[in-house]
Write a protein that binds this ligand. Structure first.
Ligand SMILES: *[C@@H]1O[C@H](CO)[C@@H](O)[C@H](O)[C@H]1NC(C)=O
Ligand SMILES: *[C@@H]1O[C@H](CO)[C@@H](O)[C@H](O)[C@H]1NC(C)=O
Ligand SMILES: *[C@@H]1O[C@H](CO)[C@@H](O)[C@H](O)[C@H]1NC(C)=O
Ligand SMILES: *[C@@H]1O[C@H](CO)[C@@H](O)[C@H](O)[C@H]1NC(C)=O
Length: 822
């Protein structure tokens, strides 16, 4: 009986689209055509009723792409014709909802929207042919024993023989996406799509390199270079190994990625039951996306590069990429952008570079910029700046010269321009070009508005310019068919009368399923925390209790104090907090909101808070861990402040709110709460400070009643950094021996930093428990960053994004780039 309904339904859907094909037909021939179509439809529908496989000898026609496809048994994935252009289709696999591509057979050769088909032939191969019969794609399988093509729940399309053995699988031919449990092997390669959404493969790829290391590679028209993991570092420093030649990697069901080269990470939402995909996006970044069941949208749960400027090619030839909150491209002076809508096409000179010889040239100094790459004309070490400049001016191939660490690097081509504190760029321009120094780079957003490729379920057809006659014809045609269908539908209902809820069967799999972030009942949380018996900690905003949810997850449950908001507002704020995902932020699993209670449910973080490690005699953090805590905290704050998300100021950064997980990686707790209080309190800074903020970590503007910006977090972060380095509570008061006055440790520290050279800071500022076992370069960077972040004048404090950049360079072994304000 179900089959009849499927048939009736498919017929109905057919009509709604089939008649659009008629536009191109002369009206007189339409009637016969329709009859023919109806017959053909009957035939097709009867031939293949099971939507889960394609049997030998069966065919899918491109015209029926809306109704004829193969789904996995649990409906998560669909295989069929996917519309990639006006009249272009590809054979593809996609997540059913939201419709998201994961695999494509004929990526480079789309087929026509009329007359194309894919069949499982008797010769054992699945073949896609275009309207004119040319083969667009072929599985090349030759076993005549192939019985059917089937789409598995994992998203793998397999060809099976009559015994059920897999003879071919789409998992062996990934395009830009790797699905959980899909093996990435020595022959696998992910290749990104092109920027403009035309699905053809582009320059970025992921593969195991010849030395067994998994790498991201930019292979552009002019240059080719590795950009991840950091090519400036050794394999070992990147935490990888080249000794294991297995060359195998896999993302498992839990969101855990394991590779034979030692790359090993967990997505922030680690756990079973979440749909995930790892995609090499068109911007060149490798990301893992997790499907949020409640919103039905994809969220990034891991990404390879936090600084997109490190992706080669982002700003094109001659372009310079600066990352502060989002990547921004600039052209150097004398150059203009080729295509403002696509910065990857780079910048071109406004002057004639080829005929340089006739034109007197000069060099313009642009400090702290480097062009990476291998286009050095003749690199020379240890020469003076004057000689270096002369080399470039006298060589007609030289476009610019980089001077760094007394090395001279004349460049014949300029790629991957990036800020670099240690380098100075001298750009060659005509003498008559007036450039105002110091050179200011403008900066245009490169790709921040990056959206995952989520496509609407139904494509709309545009009917503009259609002749009136056709309309009339169409309407009567529709009505006639509706009549016929009505008969069928009624018949179907008649037979199915007693069967329960037909539409359920059809719509199965299209419903919202309970979200991972959810509302808990008070009773549930009371049970989980054993009637709020075990207290984990107490903060300004409430007491946290330890608990275990019914599914075994350990959680922290915070009982909020007086929240001023109504239920509705609280709910919407909670939804924002629930969406915030970062490996260095404590994950919020849900909340409970009732008349009397407001509770938040957090992930449980094993190793307590940073203060317990820094200021207690029982525990001790080594240098590497301290630096990791400083770095992770900066990344999380930069993420909260900027990254294309809701703008969140934490307002209460202090060691008590930085928790350490099992690997001693930091996770910031308590974010997003400032907003909850703000609304009810009218939003003035003073109201806020009554509740938020902790003495010693609060920026001066709190007291001055100035507007509160993200820079208050920068201040608090600065204090925390200095505490991490010195191991001292900076808000403590001490006696100044010379003046006999009380002063804070911070004031004391400031005097030391201001008054003396780097060498003696290390002596006097570093936590003596570290016994000088530190990376000197990193220590200097941290002290400088901490100091510049804790400036009184908030305009002098750097943004978190640039702190991240500075620490990134210190972490990766590059020379240290100074934080502003020193
Ligand atoms: C099948 O063989 C053709 C020609 O050798 C090749 O271009 C194509 O990539 C192969 N298809 C698959 C799925 O391997
Ligand atoms: C996308 O890029 C390709 C080649 O890079 C070009 O042929 C095509 O016209 C572009 N499409 C759009 C919509 O810009
Ligand atoms: C190499 O990697 C594979 C796959 O990750 C692993 O099973 C194997 O134990 C590794 N071999 C060595 C020698 O570490
Ligand atoms: C999310 O949806 C998938 C399938 O749509 C389901 O298997 C899974 O259990 C859901 N996850 C949660 C946490 O609700």
């Amino acid at each position: 009986m179900d089959k009849l309904v499927v048939l009736v339904r498919s017929l109905f859907n057919h009509e709604m689209k089939e008649h659009f094909i008629l536009f191109n037909q002369p009206i007189s021939s339409n009637f016969l055509y329709v009859l023919f179509l109806l017959l053909a439809l009957f035939h097709n529908s009867l031939a293949s009723l099971d939507p889960h496989y394609l049997a030998k000898g069966e065919t899918l026609f491109v015209e029926n792409h809306d109704t004829k496809f193969i789904t996995s048994p649990d409906d998560t994935f669909t295989f069929g014709f996917y519309k990639t252009g006006n009249n272009a289709f590809s054979l593809a696999i996609w997540f059913t909802k939201p419709k998201t591509l994961v695999w494509m057979a004929n990526r480079e050769k789309p087929v026509n929207g009329v007359g194309s088909k894919v069949s499982l032939g008797s010769n054992g191969a699945m073949v896609l042919t275009d309207f004119d019969g040319t083969v667009s794609w072929d599985t090349n399988t030759t076993s005549t024993d192939i019985a059917r093509a089937e789409l598995l729940n994992s998203g793998n399309l397999v060809l099976k023989n009559s015994r059920g053995d897999v003879k071919w699988q789409s998992f062996d031919y990934p395009t830009d996406t790797l699905l959980p449990n899909q093996n990435f092997t020595r022959n696998s390669r992910l290749v990104s799509s092109s920027r403009n959404g035309s699905y053809d493969p582009r320059y970025f790829s992921l593969k195991f390199d010849s030395d067994n290391v998994l790498r991201l590679i930019y292979d552009g028209p002019e240059i080719s270079s590795i950009y991840w993991p950091n090519p400036e570092d050794t394999v070992r420093d990147n935490g990888r190994t080249s000794y294991n030649s297995t060359r195998n990697a896999v993302l498992d069901d839990r969101g855990w990625f394991l590779s034979s080269d030692g790359l090993n990470f967990k997505t922030i939402d680690m756990g079973f039951g979440i749909n995930r995909r790892m995609t090499l996006d068109y911007d060149g970044n490798l990301r893992v996306y997790s499907l949020n069941n409640s919103t039905g949208s994809w969220q990034v749960s891991w990404q390879a590069l936090t600084n997109p400027c490190l992706i080669r090619g982002l700003c094109g030839e001659n372009g310079i990429c600066v990352f502060s909150s989002q990547p921004k491209c600039s052209c150097p002076p004398g150059y203009v952008v080729n295509d403002p809508s696509d910065w990857s096409r780079g910048c071109k000179p406004t002057f004639d570079l080829s005929g340089q010889n006739n034109q007197p040239m000069k060099l313009v100094k642009i400090p702290e910029i480097d062009y990476f790459g291998y286009f050095d004309i003749n690199h020379t070490a240890s020469i003076s700046l004057d000689v270096c400049q002369k080399i470039c001016l006298e060589n007609s191939n030289c476009k610019a010269v980089i001077f760094r660490d007394v090395g001279c690097y004349p460049k014949s081509a300029l790629f991957n321009g990036l800020p670099a504190g240690y380098a100075t760029l001298f750009l060659k321009v005509p003498q008559n070009l007036s450039v105002s120094e110091p050179v200011k780079l403008e900066g245009h957003p490169a790709t921040c508005e990056f959206n995952p490729r989520v496509v609407e379920g139904n494509s709309t057809l545009h009917l503009r310019g259609t002749r009136r006659v056709i309309w009339i014809y169409l309407y009567s045609f529709c009505f006639a068919l509706l009549g016929i269908e009505l008969v069928f539908v009624l018949l179907g209902w008649f037979f199915l009368f007693r069967k329960s809820n037909v539409s359920d069967t059809i719509e199965h799999g299209y419903e919202m399923i309970a979200s991972q972030f959810r509302r808990f009942s008070y009773e549930e949380l009371r049970k989980a925390t054993n009637n709020f018996s075990e207290e984990l900690g107490k903060g300004g905003s409430g007491v946290v209790y330890k608990g275990v949810l019914s599914d075994g997850r350990m959680v922290g449950v915070k009982r909020l104090g007086d929240v001023l908001q109504g239920d509705e507002e609280f709910w919407s704020e909670m939804n924002i907090i629930g969406k915030i995902n970062h490996m260095n932020l404590v994950r919020t699993w849900g909340y409970c909101s009732g008349k009397k209670h407001r509770l938040l449910v957090y992930e449980y973080v094993e190793n307590s808070s940073l203060d317990k490690h820094l200021f207690s005699k029982k525990r001790f953090l080594g240098w590497e861990q301290r630096f990791a805590v400083a770095f992770g905290t900066a990344k999380a704050l930069a993420y909260l402040h900027d990254e294309c998300l809701e703008w969140v100021i934490h307002c209460d950064i202090k060691p008590e709110n930085i928790l350490l997980d099992g690997d001693l990686q930091p996770k910031i707790a308590d974010f997003g709460l400032a907003k909850l209080y703000q609304r009810g309190g009218g939003g003035s800074g003073l109201e806020l400070s009554r509740i938020r903020g902790t003495k010693g970590y609060m920026a001066p503007e709190w007291a001055l009643n100035q507007p509160i910006t993200a820079k208050v977090d920068v201040y608090s972060y600065g204090i925390v950094i200095l505490e991490i380095v010195s191991g001292i509570r900076l808000s403590n008061w001490t006696m100044n021996r010379r003046t006999n006055q009380l002063e804070t440790e911070l004031a004391k520290l400031t005097r030391i930093i201001k008054g003396q050279g780097e060498e003696s800071w290390i002596e006097r500022v570093l936590d003596p428990r570290l016994k000088r076992k530190v990376s000197k370069k990193q220590a200097i960077t941290l002290i400088k960053v901490g100091y510049s972040c804790a400036q009184e004048d908030r305009n002098k404090r750097p943004r978190m994004a640039s702190v991240v950049e500075t620490l990134l360079q210190a972490a990766s072994g590059n020379s240290v780039r100074e934080c502003s304000g020193l």
